[in-house]
Design a protein around this ligand. Structure first.
Ligand code: PAF
Length: 273
């Protein structure tokens, strides 16, 4: 497995590959969720490239940029065992100049839900993902459905900028008890982890209500809010796959979303119905 730190070296390697390239962008602290993305890429492509870069521009003032979990040695081992061909490990210095053009997320859908709670977050995500796409020129790029709005933003960027890349949405990976895997789960104490389970419980409960015939999103959201009362709830919302807020659940075209704080940890989860 090769490793590259400099964008130009990564690009030079990419130029030597003539067949399909699968790309999995990450911020490291790899877990089973990332591994499932990597495995899918390895299965579907001749070559798989993983990037590990804690991108400063997507963190807001006061967020966990400085303390974001990092375990590079373990991450590289995981990549090697999963059959990754190359890992790109840039630094902020090689990725950014002090005065450069900026990508901004769409003014409406980039500033609701996650975008409202973390204004500017998606600008940073799109900025770095576009750079990473230009450096790795992937045939396919793999993103988890757990960051549903991020996935939607990236699909839109590919569409709006006519990028010749196929975005592959990948299923959420959960612990046996339902907790969605996230690099930030390591921040949770045992007690907080119990409370964090209310996120997936609320989604499960809402799905059950929907299966039993409930369609009114106001009622479903109220039920979810009750289940989530032990958390510091940021939002519960039900949107269609284009991130329009829904009054009625549309089976096959809806996403139930939740964001909440447990202690100092901010968690998100969702269910596609
Ligand atoms: O989902 C993430 O880990 C990050 O937002 C991404 C896509 C790697 C961009 O930094």
């Amino acid at each position: 497995m090769k490793t590259f730190n400099k964008p130009k070296e990564m690009q030079a390697y990419r130029k030597t590959i003539t067949k399909s390239v699968g790309f999995v962008p990450t911020m490291g602290a790899l877990h089973e969720g990332h591994i499932s993305l990597i495995k899918q890429s390895v299965e579907e492509n001749e070559t798989t490239i993983v990037s590990i870069f804690v991108n400063p521009t997507q963190f807001l003032e006061g967020e966990d940029l400085e303390s974001y979990p990092s375990k590079i040695e373990a991450d590289l081992k995981i990549c090697e065992l999963a059959g990754v061909d190359a890992v790109f490990l840039p630094t902020a210095k090689t990725m950014y100049e002090s005065d450069e053009l900026r990508i901004t997320a769409p003014k409406i859908k980039g500033f609701i839900l996650e975008g409202a709670k973390r204004p500017g977050h998606f600008d940073g995500v799109l900025q770095v993902v576009l750079k990473l796409f230009n450096i790795t020129s992937p045939t396919k790029a793999y993103f988890g459905k757990k960051d549903a709005q991020q996935l939607f933003m990236i699909e839109n960027m590919v569409k709006h900028l006519f990028l010749p890349i196929m975005i592959v949405p990948c299923e959420i990976v959960r612990e046996g008890d339902g907790l969605a895997l996230s690099s930030r789960n390591v921040y949770l104490s045992a007690k907080e982890r119990e409370i964090a389970l209310f996120l997936s419980k609320s989604l499960k409960y809402a799905t059950k209500q929907i299966i039993e015939g409930e369609r009114d999103t106001a009622k479903i959201k109220a039920m979810m809010e009750e289940v989530l009362s032990a958390t510091e709830l940021e939002y519960v919302e039900i949107v269609d796959r284009e991130f329009n807020l829904l009054k009625e659940v549309e089976i096959g075209d809806s996403i139930l979303l939740v964001a909440a704080r447990v202690g100092t940890t901010r968690l998100i989860d969702n269910m596609w119905v």
